[in-house]
Design a protein around this ligand. Structure first.
Ligand code: PLP
Length: 232
């Protein structure tokens, strides 16, 4: 078994165990493989195992990888890093999902730039569930209004909520922050928005995220190994 095969299977086992512990169906949690900083060959290896959804943080890096991997069928690219307005056009062309919508303006730009021969771009509202003012994401109190506005944009499909809580080893604190994200998701659902995706949980806190209702977990280190510090 290759390194990737072992790691990928272990990741699936972790998800299955966490789902079972939470009394949830294993198939209700999707695995996003976060391939940022890793070369196209690493993506190709994990794709060969059956993985289809990959997460990237930088638009330019993703585009270069996509060029190198042209021809991999059904591959699904998610942007999970912050998006600047001047990169919106490139992102609208290069990705299947953008998970980091934190203001209406960027959503409007993505909608306007989404090519007409592609399906509408799937998007998530990024919510800031930590109290740190510097973290990106919309404040929880603004989420529903933003979600409603995004839902109206013609070339986007609002799918749900994404968040990156502050890192902590305190499981209670992890769950509290994930709970805030889940409340935002539930509020969208209760308001009649057709959301189906709650993207939260990374290599260090996937169990707490699944306990709080994550439908997508984003695993980088757990699949590809440690990244070089400088590029994270
Ligand atoms: C890098 C990154 C991940 C993956 O983090 P790991 O700890 O390596 O699993 C997940 N989500 C986002 C938004 C990231 O930037």
């Amino acid at each position: 078994m290759s390194h990737y095969e072992k790691a990928w299977q272990a990741a699936h086992l972790r998800i299955a165990d966490a789902a079972q512990a939470a009394g949830r169906d294993r198939n209700s949690v999707k695995l996003l493989a976060v391939s940022k900083t890793f070369p196209p060959e690493a993506v190709r290896s994990v794709y060969a195992l059956g993985q289809r959804a990959f997460g990237e943080n930088y638009v330019q890096e993703a585009i270069e990888k996509q060029r190198a991997l042209a021809g991999l069928r059904d591959i699904e690219w998610h942007l999970i890093g912050p998006l600047q307005s001047n990169k919106a056009r490139l992102a609208a062309e290069a990705f299947d999902w953008v998970e980091t919508i934190d203001r209406l303006k960027i959503a409007e730009r993505l909608s306007a730039a989404r090519p007409s021969d592609r399906a509408p771009l799937n998007v998530l509202i990024q919510v800031n569930a930590s109290v740190e003012p510097t973290k990106s994401g919309a404040p929880p109190a603004d989420t529903l209004a933003l979600a409603r506005d995004v839902h109206r944009l013609p070339r986007l499909t609002l799918r749900g909520i994404m968040g990156i809580p502050e890192a902590t080893d305190d499981v209670g604190r992890q769950r509290q922050q994930f709970g805030i994200l889940r409340d935002c998701f539930d509020a969208c659902w209760a308001a009649g928005l057709p959301v189906d995706t709650l993207s939260m949980g990374m290599s260090a806190d996937v169990e707490a995220a699944i306990a709080e209702g994550a439908t997508e977990v984003r695993l980088g280190t757990a699949i590809f190994g440690p990244r070089e510090k400088s590029k994270d």
